[in-house]
Design a protein around this ligand. Structure first.
Ligand SMILES: Cc1cc2nc3c(=O)[nH]c(=O)nc-3n(C[C@H](O)[C@H](O)[C@H](O)COP(=O)(O)OP(=O)(O)OC[C@H]3O[C@@H](n4cnc5c(N)ncnc54)[C@H](O)[C@@H]3O)c2cc1C
Ligand code: FES
Length: 340
């Protein structure tokens, strides 16, 4: 069934005894729930993490991906599906997992929007500025689903702050990737794309604690947004920011421009650039993986800070393991979305 055929229909979804919501426009079950204010559990919105599993007791859904990584063989045998990959094709009765803590986040909206600026930040990381309207709010650290004309959707995080009328995203070209290369190389000012968001739970929380942002590769954008959120929050002048950014080579590193702009707003700003592979002979900074740089940074009070993490799954997993197991940071102070 094509997107345009589905767009004319609306299905009713019943979840448990009390919740009912509409599903329109060929939406996935997850997006329909979030648009209706139902705080369904999810993380990546891309089929990779498995956190949106649900069971279907009545009705029919079609699958966006045939074999999403987030669904195991055991899940399939037990009749579980992924809400972010299931598009209702009839009225449905489902059993969704919900997390009331996430009530009140901005509901995602799908829009067509125009690219109004574009620039290369490094040899393979491009920043696109998309005109979206001042009402299109989000929380620093959240992401949107972007689709080129005739392309497949991918998740990209905003790097700016809400209320500016634009969403700025930073896209890294993944070698062999189906979509990222086209976003980096083929789109330009004046092109229109589909933007659906905001999504994500790893958003800035103004708790009054100092903040550590830890990013690798494509994870720079949400960490820049979180850092900007901290600088714009009450009491910013007393807050300290420690920002780690890891790349394979010196030419991958570009966080300096963004972190420097916050120096006048915060009590202390520290940037640690980390190179893992092609370390120049005269490199005076950190070398190795990002989690190794965090471990050796000498931050004795990490357990008293809020820590935000973004990047490829192996990096995020290594950082979170270090923080929780070795550095005893309370889990509630660690916020991350893995980039499946
Ligand atoms: C919540 C969330 C937020 C994201 N935010 C950003 C962002 O701000 N900027 C950004 O550039 N990307 C971001 N991503 C990743 C992005 O959605 C795409 O997965 C990525 O651009 C690759 O798409 P592709 O079509 O080129 O690759 P695909 O064809 O989908 O995959 C090709 C191969 O690349 C691998 N791959 C996928 N993503 C990455 C990655 N990030 N690094 C290295 N290898 C990868 C895949 O595992 C696969 O093996 C985010 C992902 C999620 C889930
Ligand atoms: S949110 Fe559905 S698999 Fe990650």
């Amino acid at each position: 069934m094509s997107r345009s055929e589905v767009a004319t229909r609306t299905f009713q979804v019943r979840d448990g005894e009390t919740r009912r919501f509409d599903c329109t426009d060929g939406d996935t079950l997850l997006r329909a729930a979030l648009r209706a204010g139902v705080p369904a559990t999810y993380e990546c919105n891309s089929g990779g993490c498995g956190s949106c599993k649900f069971t279907l007791s009545d009705g029919e859904v079609r699958q966006v991906q045939e074999s999403p990584a987030g669904l195991t063989e055991r899940d399939r045998r037990k009749g579980r599906l992924l809400a972010c990959q299931s598009v209702p094709t009839s009225d449905c009765t489902v059993s969704l997992l919900v997390d009331p803590v996430d009530s009140g986040l901005p509901a995602p909206v799908r829009r067509r929007a125009e690219i109004v600026d574009a620039r290369m930040l490094t040899h393979d990381l491009r920043e696109l500025t998309i005109s979206i309207g001042v009402d299109a709010t989000f929380l620093p650290g959240q992401f949107a689903m972007l689709r080129r004309p005739d392309g497949e959707e991918r998740a990209y995080s905003m790097s700016n702050l809400p209320g500016e009328g634009v969403w700025q995203i930073q896209i890294k070209r993944v070698p062999g990737g189906a979509e990222s290369g086209a976003f980096v190389d083929d789109l330009g000012v004046g092109d229109r794309i589909e933007v659906d968001g905001p999504y994500g739970h790893a958003h800035f929380r103004p708790t009054g604690r100092d903040v550590v942002c830890i990013a690798g590769g494509s994870g720079l954008a949400p960490m820049v947004s979180v850092a900007r959120g901290l600088a714009a929050s009450d009491g910013a002048a007393e807050r300290r920011l420690h920002f780690f950014y890891g790349g394979r080579a010196a030419r991958d590193l570009c966080a300096g421009e963004f972190v420097a702009e916050l120096a006048g707003e915060l009590a202390e700003v520290t940037l640690v650039d980390v190179i893992s592979d092609e370390v120049p002979p005269d490199w005076a900074g950190a070398r190795g993986f990002v989690h190794e740089a965090v471990a050796t940074a000498g931050l004795s009070d990490l357990a008293d800070r809020d820590i935000y993490v973004a990047g490829p799954p192996p990096m995020t997993d290594a950082v979170v393991r270090l923080l929780v197991r070795e550095l005893q940071v309370p889990v509630g102070q660690i916020h991350y979305d893995r980039f499946f």
